[in-house]
Ligand binder design. Structure first.
Ligand code: MLT
Length: 261
């Protein structure tokens, strides 16, 4: 099933393996290709499903709508419904983690495990909200290349390989302008979900790159403390995009998590 068809959109799905479903949710402004190393390694024990969120990757285009975390979470529940699957190991990176927390709040009974990778539960500060709006303006006036350089600096650790840099650049430059704007406004408007953490009863993992400056190791530790059954994993030699920068270490953390059920 390369596509999940809905009344109002079509989502592209990358799928590998068999067994219980693991659902991978990408960050911003990325797409399902960020998970290819996880899909190939974890397909031994899981039916790995990485969805291109609404407007991203090879999913149908959007037209300027605000892409809320709740909209994406409902889409993912719709994907599980289409394949008649009730529960999943939900894995989200950064914006994908915001979506995973929305999913956990909206559909707690559908979680088997939860992996929050380089993400946070707090909402944007007033300054961060202004930064989102400024970035949306900049993309529209100057184009994606104008933000790509800064994002590479911010998202990747100092030792990131050329291959990791190339992959990030391809994803950023492949993301439609409408999607970038819709996602920035959706992230700006997202509510904090720290209150959700204490209610997550399934095994969870908080994974963070040791050099992540976007969602720092300190805030990851706080999030792990707030989760009732969490393991905190700090990934050496990585920034904010640990699944791309250090795939084997992230795969090991996910294998451990999946083994706890
Ligand atoms: C991401 O990687 O998804 C973004 O850095 C999230 C954000 O901008 O808050």
């Amino acid at each position: 099933m390369p596509y999940a068809e809905f009344d109002d959109t079509r989502l592209h799905i990358r799928q590998l393996g068999g067994g219980p479903v693991a659902l991978f949710i990408h960050g911003f402004p990325l797409d399902s290709t960020m998970w290819i190393d996880q899909l190939s390694a974890l397909s031994e024990t899981r039916r790995c499903i990485a969805v291109d969120l609404r407007g991203f990757g090879r999913s149908a285009p959007v037209n300027g709508e605000t892409l809320t975390m709740e909209r994406h979470a409902a889409d993912l529940a719709g994907v599980l419904d289409l394949i008649s699957v009730e529960t999943a190991d939900v894995v989200g990176l950064s914006m994908g983690g915001y979506v995973a927390l929305a999913f956990a709040e909206m559909y707690p009974e559908r979680l088997r495990t939860l992996a929050l990778i380089d993400t946070r539960a707090e909402p944007d500060s007033p300054e961060a909200k202004q930064g989102r709006e400024a970035m949306a303006e900049r993309v529209v006036t100057e184009g994606r290349a104008a933000i790509a350089e800064g994002m590479q600096q911010a998202l990747l650790g100092p030792k990131a390989s050329l291959a990791a840099k190339a992959r990030l650049r391809t994803m950023i430059e492949g993301c439609p302008h409408e999607t970038i704007v819709g996602a920035l406004l959706g992230m700006r408007d997202r509510p904090g979900r720290s209150h959700v953490l204490g209610s997550i009863e399934v095994p969870s993992a908080v994974v963070v790159g040791e050099h992540d400056t976007v969602t720092t190791p300190d805030s990851a530790a706080e999030m792990a403390d707030a989760l009732p059954d969490a393991v905190l994993v700090t990934i050496p030699d990585a920034g904010h995009l640990t699944p791309i920068e250090q795939p084997q270490a992230v795969n090991a953390a996910l294998r451990d998590l999946f083994g706890r059920t």
